[in-house]
Design a protein around this ligand. Sequence first.
Ligand code: DGL
Length: 258
Amino acid sequence: MTNNNPIGVFDSGIGGTSIWSAIHDLLPNEKTIYLADSKNAPYGQRTKEEIVALSKKNVDLLLDLNCKLIVVACNTATTNAIVELRASYDIPFIGIEPAIKPAANNSKTQVIGILATQGTLNSELFNKTAEMFQHTTIIEQVGHGLVQLIEDGNLYSPEMTQLLDSYLQPMIDANIDYLVLGCSHYPYLIPQIKKILPEHIRIIDSGEAVARQTQNVLREKVGFTDEQNSDPVFYVNSNPEVLKSILDYKFPVIEKDF
Ligand code: DGL
């Protein structure tokens, strides 16, 4: 089965590029279109209704651009809107959720930490998954302010270090041995997080798992492209410089109102 249409990827902003890059590494020949809804970031403090409406707006644009499959590269949008998206559109969706399972199953201390947005931690989907791991103590922490600092291009600011320190120190004190990054923006913080965490604490994010899942769905339901080396397209509706810089100026970024 061959399908040369692009894979659509969206996030509330630039963070989902961490997921996009895992997909691009695994499936380099697939055409990809990435939407960074930076104008409406952060999604994390919005109501479920707002998150569903913003997600549908992004999906409508990706469908206008002929996408064959949509990756919701945002934990907040996945945990609040993917059920509604699947019910409303006839196209496969792949979402990301905080990777509680590998952390809980491998934890020796049976204490794990999850850093995510308020929208994700309050969602029904997240809480249902968390309930399945009763034997594990899950320390949930909202990453207040982190997404905004990343969207503003302040990845390495003293304020960022201070916030991370205040979120992670209580987890270290509680003896976590796994830290789950439950927001697609947070993998960009790994260098700073590593400076704070003791070496034995493992950090888990969902990028590679989402890329493998994308590959499976293409194989089983949608079809791979038979073209080669398709250049990705990035659309952003505010602050294009920050997206360009997170992509190391390797790909063109188009500013568009959506
Ligand atoms: N990158 C997002 C996530 O994975 C959303 C962050 C936000 O907009 O608050 O949750």
